[in-house]
Ligand binder design. Structure first.
Ligand SMILES: [Mn+2]
Length: 269
């Protein structure tokens, strides 16, 4: 399989440790893209959900191993914790197995622009001031995602093609969800402007975007629970939103069994 060489990969909201995490799609994406920089912008491991129950699959393991291996092989890997993996915030400034933990970071693109990288929950009024509301919202969201798995199975059985997201639909249709997204985007951009950068790359709200807001670039990585999206920086500095949710599940390579030698081959690249 031919890997595409890009300068940077930006991922957020993978939510490892949950049933909703689409690790098979993320692994497939990583097998297609190789980069010099890999930025993990928070909520990569979902410690909140793991307090309730843990769902850790072989594929999720392979994702972790692939990231560690890339760090070892020279990819510059940065981890900026989010609210679901906030326990790691105690360790910012420290490097673990070649992975550098930071609370935020400034990335210089190949074409000379400066981007502030952060998770974004600090700009979410709901999570910040009413943590319990966020937790309830989180349970409701997971229910939607789980319902969607069931729904897409039904759609396949009925011969309806294409991916359709119930949570995505709810986010577009529910007025409060739409205004929540706008409020969030505006306040992130306001915060970034104070830092004197050209743009911001974040995650948190599970709503991927590349757009201009008041003369600033606002970029959101989306998530790997529902939309399966990532941001890549091409070698010339151009930023692109990549969606990885259209490949039929049958084409996704199953994870190789975790046995020493075979595993190394599976992770090669
Ligand atoms: Mn978050």
């Amino acid at each position: 399989m031919q890997e595409k060489q890009v300068r940077s990969i930006f991922l957020s909201d993978v939510h490892l440790g949950t049933r909703g995490c689409q690790a098979d799609r993320l692994l497939d994406f990583l097998r297609h893209y190789e980069s010099e920089y890999l930025y993990l912008l928070g909520d990569i491991v979902d410690f909140w959900a793991m307090n309730r129950s843990i769902h850790w699959s072989a594929t999720q393991n392979t994702v972790v191993q692939k990231v560690l291996r890339r760090a070892r092989k020279g990819t510059q890997v940065f981890f900026i914790p989010g609210n679901h993996d906030e326990a790691l915030r105690e360790y910012v400034g420290i490097t673990f197995g070649e992975i550098r933990l930071e609370s935020d970071w400034i990335h210089h693109t190949a074409d000379g622009r400066r981007f502030l990288l952060l998770h974004g929950d600090e700009y979410d009024q709901v999570t910040r001031y009413h943590r319990w509301v966020a937790v309830i919202g989180d349970v409701a969201y997971n229910t939607l995602v789980r319902l969607n798995t069931w729904l897409s199975r039904a759609r396949r059985r009925l011969g309806i093609s294409g991916y359709w997201s119930l949570a995505g639909y709810a986010k577009r249709k529910v007025k409060t969800a739409v205004s929540f997204i706008f409020d969030f985007e505006d306040s992130v951009v306001r915060g970034a402007r104070e830092r004197g950068v050209d743009g911001v790359i974040c995650g948190h709200i599970h709503w991927a975007a590349i757009k201009e807001i008041g003369g600033m670039s606002y970029i959101n990585c989306g998530d790997w629970v529902d939309s399966c999206t990532a941001i890549v920086e091409h070698l010339d500095g151009r930023l692109e939103l990549v969606e990885w949710n259209t490949r039929p599940a049958a084409l996704l390579a199953p994870p190789k069994p975790v046995s020493s030698e075979e595993n190394e081959t599976a992770l090669a690249g």
